[in-house]
Design a protein around this ligand. Structure first.
Ligand SMILES: Nc1ncnc2c1ncn2[C@@H]1O[C@H](COP(=O)(O)OP(=O)(O)OP(=O)(O)O)[C@@H](O)[C@H]1O
Length: 216
Protein backbone atom coordinates (compact mmCIF):
# COMPACT_ATOMS: atom_id res chain seq x y z
CA UNK A 1 0.00 0.00 0.00
CA UNK A 2 1.30 3.40 -0.94
CA UNK A 3 1.56 5.95 1.86
CA UNK A 4 -0.01 9.29 0.91
CA UNK A 5 0.23 11.17 4.20
CA UNK A 6 2.26 10.80 7.36
CA UNK A 7 1.49 13.39 10.01
CA UNK A 8 2.32 13.93 13.66
CA UNK A 9 3.00 13.66 16.49
CA UNK A 10 0.11 15.88 17.58
CA UNK A 11 -0.70 16.83 21.16
CA UNK A 12 -3.21 19.22 22.68
CA UNK A 13 -3.48 20.54 26.19
CA UNK A 14 -6.59 22.49 27.12
CA UNK A 15 -7.15 24.41 30.36
CA UNK A 16 -8.86 21.32 31.80
CA UNK A 17 -5.88 19.09 30.98
CA UNK A 18 -4.53 16.89 28.24
CA UNK A 19 -6.90 16.26 25.33
CA UNK A 20 -4.55 13.88 23.54
CA UNK A 21 -0.82 13.34 23.27
CA UNK A 22 1.62 12.05 20.64
CA UNK A 23 -0.92 11.08 18.03
CA UNK A 24 0.49 10.28 14.60
CA UNK A 25 -1.37 8.99 11.64
CA UNK A 26 -0.79 7.54 8.21
CA UNK A 27 -3.18 7.60 5.26
CA UNK A 28 -2.69 5.19 2.39
CA UNK A 29 -3.73 5.56 -1.22
CA UNK A 30 -7.51 4.98 -1.52
CA UNK A 31 -8.01 4.98 2.23
CA UNK A 32 -11.44 6.03 3.38
CA UNK A 33 -10.87 6.27 7.10
CA UNK A 34 -13.76 6.80 9.47
CA UNK A 35 -12.65 8.74 12.55
CA UNK A 36 -15.02 8.17 15.44
CA UNK A 37 -15.07 8.93 19.13
CA UNK A 38 -17.17 10.51 21.86
CA UNK A 39 -18.05 14.17 21.60
CA UNK A 40 -15.34 16.52 22.82
CA UNK A 41 -12.45 14.04 22.54
CA UNK A 42 -10.71 16.20 19.96
CA UNK A 43 -11.54 14.77 16.52
CA UNK A 44 -12.07 18.20 14.92
CA UNK A 45 -9.04 19.55 16.74
CA UNK A 46 -6.91 16.74 15.29
CA UNK A 47 -8.08 17.47 11.74
CA UNK A 48 -7.37 21.15 12.26
CA UNK A 49 -3.91 20.38 13.59
CA UNK A 50 -3.13 18.26 10.53
CA UNK A 51 -3.68 21.26 8.26
CA UNK A 52 -2.10 23.68 10.73
CA UNK A 53 -5.24 25.63 11.59
CA UNK A 54 -4.70 24.81 15.26
CA UNK A 55 -1.48 25.36 17.18
CA UNK A 56 0.83 22.34 17.01
CA UNK A 57 3.82 21.26 19.09
CA UNK A 58 7.25 21.90 17.60
CA UNK A 59 8.56 19.00 15.57
CA UNK A 60 5.29 18.01 13.93
CA UNK A 61 5.87 16.45 10.52
CA UNK A 62 3.59 16.49 7.51
CA UNK A 63 4.84 14.32 4.68
CA UNK A 64 2.58 14.29 1.67
CA UNK A 65 3.50 11.90 -1.11
CA UNK A 66 7.10 11.81 0.10
CA UNK A 67 7.47 15.60 0.37
CA UNK A 68 7.87 17.19 3.80
CA UNK A 69 5.90 20.40 4.36
CA UNK A 70 7.37 22.67 7.04
CA UNK A 71 4.90 24.03 9.60
CA UNK A 72 5.73 27.62 8.70
CA UNK A 73 4.76 27.24 5.02
CA UNK A 74 1.57 25.27 4.79
CA UNK A 75 -0.25 27.12 2.01
CA UNK A 76 0.83 24.58 -0.60
CA UNK A 77 0.05 21.68 1.74
CA UNK A 78 -3.46 23.03 2.38
CA UNK A 79 -4.20 23.17 -1.32
CA UNK A 80 -3.42 19.43 -1.53
CA UNK A 81 -4.83 18.36 1.81
CA UNK A 82 -8.16 20.15 2.19
CA UNK A 83 -9.97 20.58 5.49
CA UNK A 84 -13.71 20.44 4.96
CA UNK A 85 -15.31 21.91 8.05
CA UNK A 86 -18.90 21.22 9.06
CA UNK A 87 -19.37 25.01 8.83
CA UNK A 88 -17.00 25.76 5.97
CA UNK A 89 -17.31 29.39 5.04
CA UNK A 90 -19.05 30.40 1.83
CA UNK A 91 -18.41 33.70 0.14
CA UNK A 92 -21.20 36.13 -0.63
CA UNK A 93 -22.37 35.44 -4.16
CA UNK A 94 -23.71 32.64 -6.31
CA UNK A 95 -23.18 28.88 -6.15
CA UNK A 96 -20.95 29.14 -9.21
CA UNK A 97 -18.78 31.87 -7.64
CA UNK A 98 -18.33 29.71 -4.56
CA UNK A 99 -17.39 26.62 -6.54
CA UNK A 100 -14.78 28.55 -8.52
CA UNK A 101 -13.47 30.67 -5.64
CA UNK A 102 -10.39 28.50 -4.77
CA UNK A 103 -8.97 29.03 -8.27
CA UNK A 104 -8.70 32.78 -7.67
CA UNK A 105 -5.64 32.23 -5.50
CA UNK A 106 -2.40 32.66 -7.41
CA UNK A 107 -1.09 29.29 -6.18
CA UNK A 108 -4.07 27.57 -7.87
CA UNK A 109 -4.10 29.41 -11.19
CA UNK A 110 -2.84 26.31 -13.00
CA UNK A 111 -5.63 24.09 -11.63
CA UNK A 112 -8.89 23.34 -13.35
CA UNK A 113 -12.10 21.83 -11.92
CA UNK A 114 -12.09 18.04 -12.51
CA UNK A 115 -15.67 18.04 -13.76
CA UNK A 116 -18.05 20.85 -14.58
CA UNK A 117 -19.75 22.62 -11.66
CA UNK A 118 -23.12 21.71 -13.24
CA UNK A 119 -22.23 18.00 -13.28
CA UNK A 120 -21.17 17.92 -9.63
CA UNK A 121 -24.40 19.60 -8.53
CA UNK A 122 -26.34 16.96 -10.47
CA UNK A 123 -24.37 14.16 -8.81
CA UNK A 124 -25.19 15.63 -5.40
CA UNK A 125 -28.83 16.07 -6.30
CA UNK A 126 -28.59 19.82 -5.72
CA UNK A 127 -31.44 21.39 -7.64
CA UNK A 128 -30.71 25.16 -7.28
CA UNK A 129 -29.16 26.65 -10.41
CA UNK A 130 -25.54 27.79 -10.56
CA UNK A 131 -26.51 31.46 -10.41
CA UNK A 132 -28.52 31.03 -7.18
CA UNK A 133 -27.25 33.21 -4.34
CA UNK A 134 -25.89 31.07 -1.49
CA UNK A 135 -27.88 33.09 1.04
CA UNK A 136 -30.96 31.39 -0.42
CA UNK A 137 -29.70 27.85 0.32
CA UNK A 138 -30.76 25.59 3.17
CA UNK A 139 -28.23 24.27 5.69
CA UNK A 140 -28.05 20.88 3.95
CA UNK A 141 -27.64 22.53 0.53
CA UNK A 142 -24.81 24.69 1.85
CA UNK A 143 -23.15 21.62 3.33
CA UNK A 144 -23.33 19.81 -0.02
CA UNK A 145 -22.04 22.90 -1.82
CA UNK A 146 -18.95 22.87 0.42
CA UNK A 147 -18.43 19.18 -0.34
CA UNK A 148 -18.84 19.86 -4.07
CA UNK A 149 -16.27 22.67 -3.89
CA UNK A 150 -13.73 20.43 -2.15
CA UNK A 151 -14.15 17.57 -4.65
CA UNK A 152 -14.15 19.85 -7.68
CA UNK A 153 -10.85 21.32 -6.50
CA UNK A 154 -9.31 17.85 -6.74
CA UNK A 155 -6.92 17.81 -3.76
CA UNK A 156 -5.09 14.62 -2.79
CA UNK A 157 -6.69 14.36 0.59
CA UNK A 158 -9.97 15.55 2.03
CA UNK A 159 -10.22 15.78 5.81
CA UNK A 160 -13.98 15.92 6.18
CA UNK A 161 -15.43 17.02 9.49
CA UNK A 162 -19.04 15.85 9.86
CA UNK A 163 -19.80 16.44 6.16
CA UNK A 164 -23.21 14.72 6.29
CA UNK A 165 -24.68 16.06 9.52
CA UNK A 166 -27.53 18.10 7.98
CA UNK A 167 -28.56 15.66 5.25
CA UNK A 168 -31.66 13.53 4.70
CA UNK A 169 -31.06 9.83 3.85
CA UNK A 170 -31.25 10.30 0.06
CA UNK A 171 -28.87 13.29 0.08
CA UNK A 172 -26.56 11.43 2.47
CA UNK A 173 -26.35 8.50 0.04
CA UNK A 174 -25.42 10.78 -2.87
CA UNK A 175 -22.94 12.87 -0.88
CA UNK A 176 -21.33 9.79 0.64
CA UNK A 177 -20.99 8.08 -2.76
CA UNK A 178 -19.31 11.14 -4.22
CA UNK A 179 -16.82 11.41 -1.36
CA UNK A 180 -16.12 7.68 -1.44
CA UNK A 181 -15.70 7.75 -5.23
CA UNK A 182 -13.16 10.55 -4.78
CA UNK A 183 -11.14 8.44 -2.31
CA UNK A 184 -10.86 5.59 -4.81
CA UNK A 185 -9.05 7.63 -7.47
CA UNK A 186 -5.26 7.34 -7.86
CA UNK A 187 -3.25 8.98 -5.05
CA UNK A 188 -6.29 10.09 -3.06
CA UNK A 189 -7.48 9.45 0.48
CA UNK A 190 -10.23 10.65 2.81
CA UNK A 191 -10.31 10.97 6.57
CA UNK A 192 -13.90 11.48 7.64
CA UNK A 193 -15.14 12.43 11.10
CA UNK A 194 -18.74 11.34 11.50
CA UNK A 195 -21.06 10.17 14.25
CA UNK A 196 -23.12 8.37 11.59
CA UNK A 197 -22.63 4.78 10.47
CA UNK A 198 -20.86 4.91 7.11
CA UNK A 199 -21.78 2.33 4.45
CA UNK A 200 -18.20 1.82 3.24
CA UNK A 201 -14.76 2.49 4.70
CA UNK A 202 -11.31 0.98 4.60
CA UNK A 203 -10.52 1.52 8.29
CA UNK A 204 -12.02 2.91 11.47
CA UNK A 205 -10.00 4.96 13.95
CA UNK A 206 -11.35 5.65 17.41
CA UNK A 207 -10.25 8.63 19.49
CA UNK A 208 -10.92 8.20 23.19
CA UNK A 209 -9.14 9.05 26.44
CA UNK A 210 -6.37 10.82 24.53
CA UNK A 211 -5.51 7.80 22.39
CA UNK A 212 -6.13 6.94 18.76
CA UNK A 213 -6.86 3.26 18.19
CA UNK A 214 -7.57 1.37 15.02
CA UNK A 215 -10.67 -0.81 15.32
CA UNK A 216 -10.53 -4.16 13.60
N1 LIG B 1 -10.37 26.93 20.14
C1 LIG B 1 -10.56 26.23 21.27
N2 LIG B 1 -10.08 26.67 22.44
C2 LIG B 1 -10.26 25.99 23.59
N3 LIG B 1 -10.92 24.82 23.65
C3 LIG B 1 -11.43 24.33 22.51
C4 LIG B 1 -11.28 25.00 21.26
N4 LIG B 1 -11.88 24.26 20.29
C5 LIG B 1 -12.38 23.19 20.91
N5 LIG B 1 -12.11 23.23 22.23
C6 LIG B 1 -12.42 22.19 23.21
O1 LIG B 1 -11.59 21.07 22.89
C7 LIG B 1 -12.32 19.87 23.09
C8 LIG B 1 -12.33 19.06 21.80
O2 LIG B 1 -13.14 19.70 20.83
P1 LIG B 1 -13.37 19.07 19.40
O3 LIG B 1 -14.34 19.94 18.68
O4 LIG B 1 -12.07 18.82 18.76
O5 LIG B 1 -14.04 17.66 19.76
P2 LIG B 1 -14.79 16.62 18.84
O6 LIG B 1 -14.31 15.27 19.26
O7 LIG B 1 -14.65 16.97 17.41
O8 LIG B 1 -16.30 16.83 19.31
P3 LIG B 1 -17.71 16.60 18.54
O9 LIG B 1 -17.81 15.13 18.25
O10 LIG B 1 -18.71 17.08 19.54
O11 LIG B 1 -17.68 17.47 17.31
C9 LIG B 1 -13.69 20.26 23.60
O12 LIG B 1 -13.67 20.17 25.01
C10 LIG B 1 -13.84 21.69 23.14
O13 LIG B 1 -14.68 22.40 24.01
Amino acid sequence: MKVILEAGPFSVHRHHGKLYENISLVLYENDFVHLKGPSGTGKSTLLRQIVGLEKCPAGVKRILNGTAHPSKRLFNFRSKCVYLDADSPLIEGSISENLLFPYKFKINHHRKPVITPKKILEKLGLSPKLDTEVTNLSTGERERLCLARAILFDPQIILADEPFSGLDPESFEKAFSLLYEFSQKPEKAVLCVSHLELPQKSRTLFLKNGKLEELS
